[in-house]
Design a protein. Structure first.
Length: 160
């Protein structure tokens, strides 16, 4: 799937997408500022299929949906965390990002090569040769993810 970008607890939406950029409405432009205040190398180095691994309460702070939008547009396809802030969790799913929980995030490091296996609900850390169990998502959420997010899911459901 991709490489790991590892962060700690309480990663706030204000560092995921800084407030000074809230005037930007173009998602490609938003992606250029993803994680800028926490990790200045992120936006330049992230690739499609990369994964964020974090501790507790990922996405806390303001409810800005731009935080999930910029991460998805930057290439993040999954976030594995010990826990998520409630609104960010839903915003991530709405953008088509796998938001997965696990107590074993300590088994990942930045740069690890990983593959997410949602058929078996494990994340394979190919660099370290370990598999980490993640909590399964309900089928209705997986339908949203597979359709590319909530907007595309609704379009599919109503036939547009």
């Amino acid at each position: 799937m991709g490489r790991v970008w590892k962060y700690g607890d309480d990663v706030n939406t204000d560092v995921i997408f800084p407030g000074r950029y809230l005037h930007i409405v173009d998602a490609d432009e938003m992606a250029k500022h993803a994680m800028e205040d926490l990790d200045p190398e992120f936006a330049r180095g992230v690739k499609e299929g990369d994964v964020i691994v974090a501790g507790k309460n990922f996405g806390c702070g303001s409810s800005r949906e731009q935080a999930a939008i910029c991460l998805r547009r930057a290439g993040i396809t999954a976030i594995i965390a010990k826990s998520f802030a409630r609104i960010f969790y839903r915003n991530a799913i709405n953008q088509g990002i796998l938001a997965l929980t696990s107590d074993d995030v300590h088994l990942f490091s930045t740069g690890d090569d990983v593959e997410v296996d949602v058929d078996n609900w494990v994340v394979k850390n190919k660099t370290k040769g370990v598999e980490v169990k993640v909590d399964p998502l309900p089928e209705f959420i997986m339908e949203i993810i597979k359709d590319g997010g909530l907007v595309e899911h609704v379009k599919k459901k109503i036939g547009k």
